[in-house]
Design a protein around this ligand. Structure first.
Ligand SMILES: Cc1cc2nc3c(=O)[nH]c(=O)nc-3n(C[C@H](O)[C@H](O)[C@H](O)COP(=O)(O)OP(=O)(O)OC[C@H]3O[C@@H](n4cnc5c(N)ncnc54)[C@H](O)[C@@H]3O)c2cc1C
Ligand code: SF4
Ligand code: SF4
Length: 658
C-alpha cells in the first residue's frame, strides 16, 4: 500500500440521456468540478457507462496521469462495477474510485426544482472528490470453492434446480422436509392453461432426481445450522427419525395395512385418511414408509408384519449430518393463507366451504374421493359451485399483494367442473381476472364460452342454511351496481399464497433478507432476481414471491445457473471492503462479536494469552456495525475510514454555497 494520497482527481459527468441533463446543466457542473481541490480533469458524456464513455475514463487516466476517479451519474448499485473496471483498465487500483449519485439523489427526486437539484449535485460531487482524495488501494483476495451445491426444498423449483445443476456434473444435495419430494405441484390435478396432468409432467422429473448419480436426495430432513460463506458453507442437516430404514423398505405397504391408528392425511389437507405409518401419496419419491411418532402407539404390529425385511425401527432417533457446499439454492415454496381468519366466509365453520387446494384433491383421480367433487357435509353431488377469487389477496386486512395464480386456477376449476360434472354451474366472484401469461387470456375466453358465470365483485359474507347446509353468498355486482345473493352447494375460496411460516426460521439461519410481504428478498428485482443479499445463496420459486409453474421453473433454471458460476470458476473474489482489527488497540472485550449481524467476527486467543477480535473477510459485508460499536476504536472500516467520512462531511458543511 502506498502512503501517497491521490491528488490528481478526474471527474466524469454523465448526462444519462435526459435523465440528468434534462434537469441539471451539465456544462455548469463540469465548470464547477474543475474548481474543486485536487481536480485536474473534468469531462462529460451522454452515457458514461457506454463503451465510448468508459474509453474516456481509461484514456484520461493515462493522458492526465490521474490517480483517482469520480463518476457523477446514477446509483452505485447499478454501475459501480462498470466504472471500477474502467478505472482498472486505465491502470488504477479499482478501489480508488468514487461514484457521485446525481440521478436518484438529485435530478430524479428534485426534477421540479432544477436550481436546487443543480446545487445538490454540486454538493454531492464536492463531497465525492473530498473522499476520493483519501481513498486507499485495496487488494482483492480469492478463496477456493467447495465443488457441491445444496438445494433446500424439493417442490418443482428445487427439483428443476437440482436437475440443472446435477446435469452439469456437480454434486447436488437436495434437502426436503417432508417424507416425499414433489411439493405442492404433486397435489394438483391438471395445470392451466394447457390442462396437462400435473403428476404426469412432474413424476418423471421426480424419478429423474431419484436416479440421478449426482443428486443426493435427503427427504424428511431439515437444515439445522448454516456456518461459513460463499464457496465454503458447512450445513448441519437434521435427519428426522423416519422409523423406517430407507435401504430396507421396499414400499410394499404391509405395515400400513395392519396399523390400527388412522388420522387425516396432511397431503390431502385432511380430506382423506392415513395410518401412523404411511406414504403421503402413491407416487411418493422415495417410496419409503414413514412413522408419525406423534400418533404411533408403539403396538409393533407393523414391525411384526414387516418380518424378515426388518425395515422398521421404532426406536430410531434424529441424526445430525454435516455437509460442505460451495453455494446454496433456497426453494422453500409457499403455504396458503389461513383463510379461517376471514371469518365472514365461514371456512372452518361451514362444512361446504373449502379451499382451492382442497378442490384440487377432490377433483384429482388419486385424491380421497377418486376424482369427484362432493359436498363435504353429506357426500352428495353439488349443483351450484361458487368460487371466491382474491380470498385474502389484494386485501389490506390480509395480504395486499396479488397471489398471481388464483384467477387462473379458479378458471381451471370452473372448466374441470363443467367437463366432469355436466349440469353443475360454476359462479366466479372476481375483482379483476388477471390472465397475464402466454395463452392465459385465451384460456379465460374459453371458460367464458364454456358457460361459467362471472360476477364482478367481492363477496361480503357467506351464511349457511342449517337445514340443508347450503351456503348463501352475499356480494355486490360492481358492474350492475346491485347486491347479489346466490345459493351454492359448495364455495371454493382461492386463498392467498403466503410464505411458509418455517421459512422465517430458515431465513435467520441463512442470514438472508425478506421483503415487506415476508417473501425472501432477491438482490435486485430486475437485474438479479436469483441472488440474495448473502453471497452464494440463491432463490428459486414461490419462496421469493407467488408464481405459476412456468415462472417457477424459469427462475429455478436461472438460480441453478447462477449457483454454478463460483463452482465452475473454482474460486471466489472477496470484496476487500471489510472490517480490519488493530491488534494493538483491541482490548478483547468481544462487543463486536456479539453485534456483527453476519457472524463475521470471532474472538481468538493470542500466544500471550490475550483475546483479540478476528474478522473473517469472506463473511464480512462491510456494514460497519462493529466499527461503530468498538469502544476502543480498534476496528477500521476499509474504504470507509473515519478520515474519508469526515472529509466528506467537511466538504458538505464547509464548502457549500458555490
Ligand atoms: C390451488 C392451486 C392450484 C394451482 N394450479 C396451478 C396450475 O394449474 N398451473 C400453474 O402453473 N401453477 C399452479 N399453481 C401454482 C404452483 O402450485 C406453484 O407455482 C408451484 O407449486 C411452486 O413450486 P415451488 O417449488 O416454488 O414451491 P412448493 O411446491 O411449495 O415446494 C416447496 C418445497 O420445499 C419444501 N420445504 C419448505 N421449507 C423447507 C425447509 N426449511 N427445508 C426443507 N424443505 C423445505 C416443502 O416441503 C416443499 O416440498 C397452483 C397453486 C395453487 C395453490
Ligand atoms: S407401531 Fe405405530 S406405526 Fe406401527 S402399526 Fe403400531 S401404531 Fe402403526
Ligand atoms: S463490518 Fe459488519 S459484517 Fe464486517 S465484521 Fe463488522 S459488523 Fe460484521
Amino acid at each position: 500500500m502506498t502512503e501517497k494520497k491521490p491528488n490528481r482527481v478526474g471527474v466524469f459527468i454523465c448526462h444519462c440521456g435526459t435523465n440528468i441533463a434534462g434537469v441539471i446543466p451539465i456544462e455548469e457542473l463540469k465548470a464547477y468540478a474543475k474548481t474543486l481541490p485536487n481536480v485536474v480533469h473534468a469531462d462529460n458524456y451522454t452515457y458514461m457507462c457506454s463503451t465510448p464513455g468508459q474509453e474516456k475514463i481509461r484514456t484520461a487516466i493515462k493522458e492526465q496521469n490521474l490517480d483517482a476517479v469520480v463518476v457523477a451519474a446514477c446509483s452505485p448499485r447499478l454501475h459501480e462495477p462498470t466504472f471500477r473496471k474502467a478505472s482498472a483498465a486505465g491502470g488504477l487500483n479499482m478501489f480508488i474510485f468514487e461514484m457521485a449519485n446525481i440521478r436518484e439523489q438529485s435530478s430524479w427526486i428534485h426534477m421540479k426544482e432544477p436550481e436546487k437539484a443543480t446545487q445538490k449535485a454540486k454538493d454531492i460531487i464536492r463531497m465525492s472528490v473530498a473522499r476520493a482524495s483519501l481513498l486507499e488501494p485495496l487488494d482483492t483476495k480469492y478463496i477456493p470453492v467447495e465443488k457441491s451445491i445444496m438445494v433446500i426444498g424439493a417442490g418443482v423449483a428445487g427439483i428443476q434446480a437440482s436437475l440443472e445443476i446435477a446435469d452439469s456434473g456437480i454434486t447436488t444435495y437436495l434437502i426436503e422436509k417432508e417424507p416425499s419430494i414433489g411439493g405442492n405441484m404433486s397435489r394438483l390435478d391438471k395445470t392451466f392453461p394447457t390442462l396437462d396432468c400435473s403428476q404426469c409432467i412432474l413424476t418423471p422429473k421426480m424419478v429423474d432426481v431419484d436416479r440421478h448419480p449426482n443428486i443426493k436426495t435427503m427427504t424428511y430432513c431439515e437444515v439445522e445450522k448454516v456456518d461459513g460463506y460463499i464457496g465454503n458453507f458447512t450445513v448441519t442437516v437434521r435427519k428426522k427419525a423416519r422409523g423406517v430404514k430407507e435401504a430396507d423398505c421396499n414400499g410394499c405397504g404391509d405395515c400400513a395395512a395392519v396399523c390400527p391408528v388412522t388420522k387425516g392425511n396432511e397431503f390431502d389437507l385432511g380430506l382423506g385418511p392415513r395410518k401412523a405409518i404411511y406414504v403421503p401419496f402413491p407416487q411418493a419419491v422415495p417410496l419409503k414408509y414413514t412413522v408419525d411418532f406423534n400418533s404411533c402407539i408403539k403396538c409393533e404390529l407393523c414391525v411384526k408384519k414387516c418380518g424378515d425385511k426388518n425395515a422398521i425401527d421404532l426406536n430410531m432417533k434424529d441424526e445430525l449430518v454435516e455437509i460442505k457446499v460451495g453455494t446454496i439454492v433456497v426453494a422453500a415454496g409457499f403455504d396458503l393463507y389461513e383463510i379461517e381468519k376471514k371469518e365472514e366466509w365461514g371456512y372452518g365453520r361451514f362444512d361446504n366451504v373449502i379451499t382451492g387446494m382442497q378442490f384440487e384433491r377432490f377433483i384429482n383421480a388419486s385424491g380421497p374421493t377418486g376424482g369427484k367433487l362432493i359436498r363435504p357435509s353429506d357426500g352428495q353431488k353439488p349443483h351450484n359451485v361458487a368460487f371466491v377469487l382474491c380470498a385474502g389477496s389484494r386485501d389490506q386486512d390480509a395480504n395486499p399483494y396479488c397471489s398471481r395464480v388464483c384467477c387462473m386456477y379458479s378458471l381451471k376449476h370452473a372448466h374441470q367442473i363443467m367437463e366432469k360434472m355436466p349440469g353443475v354451474v360454476p359462479w366466479l366472484f372476481y375483482m379483476d381476472i388477471r390472465a397475464f401469461g402466454k395463452a392465459y387470456e385465451e384460456f379465460y375466453y374459453r371458460i367464458q364460452d364454456e358457460g361459467a358465470k362471472f360476477v364482478r365483485g367481492r363477496v361480503s359474507y357467506i351464511e349457511e342454511d342449517p337445514a340443508t347446509k347450503n351456503l348463501i353468498v352475499h356480494a355486490e355486482d360492481t358492474l350492475l351496481g346491485t347486491p347479489v345473493t346466490l345459493e351454492a352447494d359448495v364455495v371454493v375460496l382461492a386463498s392467498a399464497i403466503v410464505p411458509k411460516a418455517t421459512t422465517e426460521l430458515l431465513r435467520n439461519k441463512l442470514t438472508i433478507s425478506r421483503s415487506p410481504d415476508k417473501f425472501l428478498l432477491e438482490a435486485h428485482p430486475k437485474l438479479n432476481p436469483f441472488s440474495t443479499s448473502t453471497d452464494g445463496i440463491f432463490l428459486a420459486g414461490c419462496c421469493q414471491g407467488p408464481k405459476d409453474i412456468p415462472d417457477t421453473v424459469a427462475q429455478a433454471a436461472g438460480a441453478a445457473a447462477a449457483a454454478q458460476v463460483p463452482i465452475n470458476q473454482g474460486k471466489v473474489a472477496l470484496e476487500p471492503i471489510a472490517a480490519k482489527v488493530s491488534e494493538e488497540l483491541c482490548a478483547g472485550c468481544g462487543i463486536c462479536e456479539a453485534q456483527c449481524p453476519y457472524k463475521a467476527i470471532s474472538m481468538v486467543s493470542l500466544a500471550d494469552g490475550k483475546r483479540r477480535a478476528n474478522v473473517n473477510d469472506a463473511m464480512c459485508k462491510g456494514c460497519g456495525t462493529c466499527g461503530a460499536t468498538c469502544p476502543g476504536g480498534a476496528i477500521k472500516m476499509q474504504h470507509f475510514t473515519t478520515p474519508q467520512i469526515v472529509a466528506q462531511i467537511d466538504a458538505f458543511l464547509l464548502g457549500g454555497g458555490q
